[in-house]
Design a binder for this molecule. Structure first.
Ligand SMILES: Nc1ncnc2c1ncn2[C@@H]1O[C@H](COP(=O)(O)OP(=O)(O)OP(=O)(O)O)[C@@H](O)[C@H]1O
Length: 342
């Protein structure tokens, strides 16, 4: 769809709401390469939507720069930025057909009729909703409605696509299915995309780059693989991979352990070990763990428990275990544990 993709640079961007005492977005810097999909993730209230609204031009930064294709964008009104905005609710018009919804933004921009028809047809095809062109969006499933909202945004040939929680209106089963479809669609469209999600799984699965935010600050900006392998700190490890971040101590043999007997293979320096549920298994030798919760997950159990020393960790196992049981756990063979600073 896009012939020329746009780069986005946020440079020291801050935003403070009137009447508040701190920045909702605080000195955030990152850049998105042309055609990339970047996800903003972080706990509720960390500033994701505020940042997205600044990029959209719905809010004006209190400090910093926002560059698109190297050009300062702060000060340019929202309707002159050529941005495709897909709100959480999709905001489709029920009294218009799917095709008319997609055409809506083009009419508003006074695009000529023949060109409108061409762009609508292309957007419908790209989003695989041509079969529903004459239907009302109200007669479509949640997933199909989402495609209409994206087609409507893409039809205007935006420089940048902004998606606010694109999958949150869908049920959990459908969310997983549709994130692959949405990724494929975004890749095919080639448009530079910023998306907000509070679901770290969604961010890892869909984005080229992920911005992890906490209390307005950017904690880390990296590819999903890099975030997983080298989380910048304990917060990122816990948020991105549901890790338990446990302090290590030096063993007499020079190695490091996260609890008596729980050796962290390959750890050269001490620090905190980010232990993910998939990192540990029940073993003959290792550390004692008292099971405090056992959640059945179909082909496995998700156990949580306390190690000697008090740290709480989780692990996936196929062995049925009951709450109160005492088990021995170790790091699975050939598993690299991420070490972080707290
Ligand atoms: N209009 C407003 N006036 C004052 N403060 C606001 C306003 N909107 C948001 N905030 C505050 O700014 C901070 C960031 O909010 P924001 O909505 O950007 O977070 P978020 O990460 O998108 O959260 P969520 O995941 O819950 O949508 C929060 O502390 C919030 O209370």
């Amino acid at each position: 769809m896009t012939t020329h993709a746009t780069s986005i640079v946020c440079d020291g961007l801050s935003y403070q709401y009137i009447g508040t005492h701190s920045n909702a977005v605080d000195d955030v810097s990152f850049s998105v390469e042309p055609g990339q999909v970047a996800a903003l993730v972080g706990p509720s209230g960390c500033g994701k939507s505020t940042l997205l609204r600044n990029v959209a031009g719905l809010l004006t930064p209190t400090a910093g720069h926002l560059l698109m294709d190297g050009r300062e964008t702060v000060g340019i009104p929202a309707d002159k930025r050529n941005i495709g905005w897909v709100p959480q609710s999709y905001a489709l018009f029920g009294h218009l057909s799917v095709a008319e919804n997609v055409e809506f933004g083009l009419r508003a921009r006074k695009v000529a009729k023949a060109e409108r028809a061409k762009r609508v047809a292309h957007a419908l095809e790209l989003c695989r909703i041509g079969d529903f062109a004459k239907r009302s969006p109200e007669d479509l499933s949640g997933g199909q409605r989402q495609r209409v909202a994206i087609a409507r945004a893409l039809a205007t040939n935006p420089k940048v696509l902004l998606l606010d929680e694109p999958l949150s209106a869908l049920d959990p089963q459908l969310r997983k299915q549709l994130r692959a479809d949405l990724s494929a669609l975004l890749a095919e469209s080639g448009v530079t995309t910023l998306l907000v999600t509070h679901d770290q799984g969604e961010a890892l699965a869909m984005a080229d780059m992920v911005a992890v935010m906490r209390a307005g600050r950017l904690e880390q900006y990296a590819s999903p693989q890099e975030l997983w392998a080298n989380p910048a700190n304990g917060f990122v490890a816990e948020f991105v991979s549901e890790a338990s971040v446990v302090a290590t101590t030096r063993r007499a043999d020079g190695g490091w352990e996260a609890a008596p007997g729980l050796v962290i293979p390959g750890a050269v320096d001490g620090g905190f070990a980010a232990l993910r549920p998939g990192d540990l298994h029940i073993a003959a030798e290792g550390a004692k763990l008292t099971v405090t919760a056992a959640e059945y997950a179909g082909d496995s159990w998700l156990l949580s428990g306390d190690l000697i020393g008090g740290a709480r960790v989780s692990l996936l196992t196929e062995t049925p275990v009951t709450v109160g049981d005492s088990i021995v756990v170790a790091v699975r063979p050939r598993t690299k544990i991420a070490m972080v600073k707290q």
